[in-house]
Ligand binder design. Structure first.
Ligand SMILES: Nc1ncnc2c1ncn2[C@@H]1O[C@H](COP(=O)(O)OP(=O)(O)OP(=O)(O)O)[C@@H](O)[C@H]1O
Ligand SMILES: [Mg+2]
Length: 301
């Protein structure tokens, strides 16, 4: 948009005060930076989608412009968790029939969701070029949101690793099971060794209390400190909560359905902590990142 036109029409008094010509010479405001947070964990069923949906919804309820990308391609369930019925998904972006903008589905409280499509083998078997096209398509958004949350699939495949590595922050969802810890460690190893990700944030899910959550973090941090050159910060905990399970059955976020439940309060605390996280640095060289300004045309896949 022409800057002078925007000033004159949106702020007529200010434009007049500063003079039309001066206003048109003024440098454009710096582009707003979108913070991107990938939710991962390695193991299936540890609560990645639950955390992604509720964290995104908490931010949206707080008035923060938020988009949630379902990156569990081929086995999508963010739409199910939120009771949405998508007509289009990532597959339509990749075959060129829809732009990313057209995939944004309205969810409660102004949250917008990019659905991934379910039961489509093709989507579950995308190559790195297609993953990169999805990530780069975000550069085409006319108005980037304040937050992009990315719900990733289980496992340590390139699909998971590319989406996680493309984000500013990787949140590891871990629960108190040996396989959850070993799978989270495996994911940290892949992301640090092959993608240069050095900082992680851990959320302990389905725990009984804060002490258990801290113990879980200590276990993961101890082994990672010893064998990998990474930092894993403790980001928070979500208690095991029957209200959360009921909300899932109702196809609603618990922060929306039962805002005073223990899990909803935990998500609010987590969302509050996001603002205290250090500003993201630039992604390491060679890594494809969300909103890194590269031209993005997801044509041909
Ligand atoms: N804090 C919690 N309290 C109670 N139940 C929970 C909690 N978090 C998750 N669950 C239960 O665990 C189930 C799996 O959660 P979710 O689908 O978010 O896991 P996931 O890691 O995304 O799984 P997948 O790897 O299949 O994508 C939920 O359906 C819910 O029943
Ligand atoms: Mg999931």
């Amino acid at each position: 948009m022409n800057q002078a036109w925007g000033l004159t029409h949106l702020f007529p008094e200010r434009a007049a005060r500063h003079g039309g010509a001066a206003a048109s010479r003024a440098s454009p405001p710096p582009p707003r930076r979108c913070r991107t947070i990938a939710v991962a964990g390695g193991k299936g069923g540890v609560g990645k989608s639950t955390v992604a949906v509720n964290l995104a919804m908490t931010l949206a309820i707080a008035g923060r412009e938020t988009v949630l990308l379902d990156a569990d391609l081929g086995l999508a369930n963010v739409d199910v968790l939120l009771g949405l019925t998508p007509t289009h998904h990532i597959g339509h972006l990749l075959d060129g029939s829809r732009r990313l903008e057209e995939l944004l589905m309205p969810a409660p409280h102004g949250l917008r969701v990019v659905p991934a499509g379910s039961g489509t083998r093709r989507l579950a078997q995308l190559g790195n070029g297609e993953h990169a096209a999805v990530i780069r398509a975000f550069d085409t958004l006319a108005a980037p949101p304040e937050f992009l949350l990315v719900d990733t699939a289980a496992g340590v495949s390139d699909n998971v690793a590319m989406f996680a590595a493309a984000a500013d922050d990787v949140v590891l969802v871990v629960c108190d099971e040996p396989a959850s810890l070993t799978d989270a460690y495996a994911l940290v190893k892949v992301l640090s060794r092959d993608f240069g990700v050095r900082r992680f944030r851990m959320v302990a899910n389905m725990v009984g209390n804060a002490g258990e959550a801290r113990q879980l973090h200590a276990k993961l941090a101890r082994v990672s400190d010893r064998f990998l050159d990474v930092a894993i910060d403790f980001a928070g905990m979500v208690p095991r909560d029957e209200f959360l399970r009921q909300a899932i059955r109702r196809q609603a976020a618990v922060v929306d359905a039962w805002p005073s439940s223990r899990s909803a309060l935990a998500f609010k605390q987590l969302a509050g902590a996001v603002d205290t996280w250090r500003e993201p640095g630039s992604p390491s060289r060679g890594r494809i990142a969300f909103f890194d300004g590269q031209d993005a045309s997801p044509a041909g896949w």
